[in-house]
Design a binder for this molecule. Structure first.
Ligand code: IPD
Ligand code: CA
Length: 266
């Protein structure tokens, strides 16, 4: 089998499994009154649903591609040259509080290159998917990053977690607002990055994000003509990094406003 066919097969599987995971997640969300809620740390929600959905994705991928490695947010795993990187429920706090803005995010990296992404929001039945070199699609329709090139006309999302200080977040927020952008925080980094690919947002920035939150979306933004910083630099895959994904015309302005990816501009 050629490499291209092997990758194409994995894309089909990723989309099918994301849909199955989404169906389970949707049922668990509707019945969430009976679900146990806990915290991994300050502001870091965990529900029984996260574990159940990760189990489903891990088992389906292992059946289909036993030779691949797997790394999931909840159960860990190992990274290698043919690895699946999975967030079973991204936007867990939204899930726990009854807000229907969350998704499953399945990424595949070959030789450390983000190659496939499938992100599914079961509450809106929205499937975002991409394969390196083959475009990015939303519910079957080609995605394109926005053409906005003036921050004063832009809407960007600034992801937040307690992994970075309030002072650092405040500084980035202040600079982005001073530059004239409008901002929001939706609570799902995976959907936030996918929205840049689909032109719904003009940028997504977060001072620290993990690979399971953003790798799938990164494939989409690149394939949709947007720009993303070198997220996998250093130990990005296992330890996370800052992320900046933007519409092409806002690259330099967003780098200046957020300070993320500053190595690429003179
Ligand atoms: C979090 C969300 C949030 C992002 C954080 C993530 P979780 O993941 O994606 O929007 O800002 O960096 O940790 O806890 O919902 O899986
Ligand atoms: Ca997550």
């Amino acid at each position: 089998m050629t490499d291209a066919i092997a990758v194409a097969q994995r894309q089909l599987a990723a989309v099918a499994i994301a849909r199955q995971a989404g169906e389970l997640m949707r049922r668990l969300f509707v019945d969430r009154a009976g679900i146990e809620l806990s915290f991994k740390g300050p502001q870091d929600y965990l529900t029984q649903a996260d574990a159940a959905v990760e189990r489903l994705v891990r088992e389906r991928l292992a059946e289909a591609f036993p030779e691949d490695q797997f790394y999931g947010e909840e159960t860990g795993g190992s990274f290698g040259d043919s690895v699946w990187v999975v967030d079973p429920i991204d936007g867990t706090a939204n899930f726990a509080r009854g807000i229907p803005h969350f998704c499953v995010s399945i990424a595949y990296a070959r030789n450390r290159v983000p190659t496939i992404g499938a992100i599914y929001n079961p509450m809106t039945d929205e499937m975002f998917e991409a394969r390196r070199g083959h475009g990015a699609h939303f519910n079957g329709k080609r995605m394109k990053a926005s053409t906005v090139s003036d921050l004063k006309l832009s809407q960007v999302e600034l992801g937040w977690s307690s992994r970075r200080s309030a002072a650092d977040y405040g500084r980035m927020l202040r600079q982005v607002l001073d530059a004239g952008a409008s901002f929001r925080r939706g609570g799902s980094g995976a959907l936030g990055v996918a929205y840049v690919a689909d032109g719904r947002s003009d940028g997504y920035a977060e001072l620290h994000i993990n690979s399971w939150d953003c790798l799938a979306g990164i494939v989409m933004v690149t394939e949709a003509g947007g720009w993303v910083n070198d997220f996998l630099a250093g130990d990005g895959m296992s330890k996370g990094n800052p992320v900046l994904a933007t519409a092409p015309g806002l690259r330099d302005a967003m780098i200046r406003a957020t300070g993320i990816g500053a190595d690429v501009v003179a």
